[in-house]
Design a protein around this ligand. Structure first.
Ligand code: SF4
Length: 415
């Protein structure tokens, strides 16, 4: 039985109990949400499961992995540790360089949170070139990745050859999703339909054996704010939602990846709200979205602003964007900065989505300790305690921002 089948049969599983306890939600309510496809649970053998979807805390994914031109495997393993240390909920291994099978296995060994993979990446490397990819290679890669113990897999299902033909000459940035562009290139160079659509039912059978969550990829996201959320994106949303219904009927949990990329700030709330409505509140995963294009080098900040509104109005799962976005493979420091920015965005989003519920007791305690100038305790409640500790020695009473004219000391005296 899969988790979804258990939920549909009113069987409470250990994964549901764990998620209900840490999210402080009634387990029967959680089970109902899972049965309706509104919440998914990613699980891993011997480790804690993670719940994603409303009304749970907004979750954060960190992307890492080698590329075909940057293969520093030890550094990628250190990124896994940094991602876990600073509170990532999940990791996506996007490796396209080196021994991909070995890298994935090692990432699974050294991590304890759910791992996601994107099979088209490895399929292209194994085939030697995009035009040499075959459907058999793709299926074989999916089977290998599932067997290794991943928790979620990305399938770029939301478009066909007709969509690609109609896109010719449209859009400034064309297709900016790597998985989407690889899949599209494979389709066009071989004049075949989308392999993830053609073999969708068979892939569901494979996935079901391991009870892995499928993440229907956002291949047609807009790559700049002047490329609007267009008919192509809208058709991807509708196609993926239909496929999600088919997968749910087969007992498989689904996350919809959508509305990532670059979206004009004023459209983020409208589109995210509409997406949740059109897809019956299915879990929504967004990458960014970046509300402006000119923050290059600081895209983690732009993404945090876009992500906070996306999360506040319905997105359940945010992919961290690093300062290296659009430039190079992220460094260790970039991974940390991107993750912290995404955590801030998710927390801001949760404050809009849920109000000041139990997720905000740390904010309350921090403020109390800030007022009483208990620096040590104050820093313990921060998203990233290392940064304030670096700037203010915890034993020093005075903060030199205002020195002897400290507003808190003065108001404490008079109020
Ligand atoms: S000195 Fe100024 S910045 Fe520092 S704690 Fe007091 S009010 Fe805050």
């Amino acid at each position: 039985m899969t988790i979804l089948e258990d939920a549909l049969g009113s069987n409470i599983t250990k994964e549901m109990l764990h998620v209900a306890e840490i999210e402080r939600i009634d387990v029967k309510k959680l089970m109902k949400k899972i049965s309706k496809g509104e919440v998914v649970i990613m699980k891993r053998d011997n480790y804690q499961p993670v719940g994603i979807g409303n009304p749970l805390r907004t979750k954060i994914n960190v992307n890492l992995g080698t590329s075909s031109s940057a293969i520093n495997i030890d550094e990628e393993f250190q990124k896994v540790k940094i991602a876990q240390k600073y509170g990532a909920d999940t990791i996506s291994d996007l490796s396209m360089g080196g021994e991909i099978d070995e890298i994935r296995k090692r990432i699974l060994e050294i991590s304890s949170i759910p791992i996601t993979t994107v099979p088209i990446y490895q399929a292209v490397i194994e085939a030697g070139s995009i035009s040499n990819v075959t459907e058999d290679i793709i299926i074989n890669v999916i089977e290998k990745q599932l067997k290794d113990g991943i928790s979620s897999i990305v399938l770029h299902t939301g478009f066909n050859l007709d969509t690609l033909n109609k896109m010719k000459g449209k859009r400034i940035m064309k297709i900016v999703s790597k998985g989407g562009s690889l899949t599209a290139s494979f389709m066009k160079s071989n004049e075949v339909e989308n392999p993830f659509l053609t073999h969708f039912e068979y892939i569901l059978e494979l996935v079901k054996e391991y009870d892995v969550v499928i993440n229907l990829g956002n291949a047609l996201r807009s790559g700049c704010i002047h490329d609007k959320v267009d008919d192509f994106q809208f058709s991807e949303i509708k196609t993926n939602n239909k496929l999600a219904q088919i997968a749910n009927k087969a007992g498989i949990q689904v996350i919809l990846e959508s509305l990532g990329g670059h979206i004009n700030a004023k459209d983020i709330i409208k589109w995210v709200s509409l997406h949740k409505k059109l897809t019956n509140n299915r879990p929504l995963f967004v990458s960014g979205p970046l509300p402006i294009d000119i923050a290059t080098g600081h895209d983690h900040i732009a993404a945090a602003i876009g992500g906070s509104f996306a999360s506040g109005f319905g997105a359940d799962y945010i992919c961290a964007i690093t300062p290296a976005e659009h430039l190079c493979l992220p460094s260790l420091e970039d991974i940390k900065k991107g993750l912290i920015a995404a955590k801030i965005a998710a927390h801001v989003g949760d404050s809009m989505k849920f109000g000041l519920n139990h997720l905000f007791t740390d904010d309350l305690e921090l403020s109390r300790n800030r007022f009483s100038k208990n620096w040590k305790k104050q820093f313990e409640y921060c998203i990233d305690p290392t940064e304030p500790e670096r700037r203010h020695p915890i034993n020093e009473k005075i903060c030199n921002m205002c020195g002897s004219h400290c507003a808190l000391s003065l108001s404490k005296e008079i109020l």
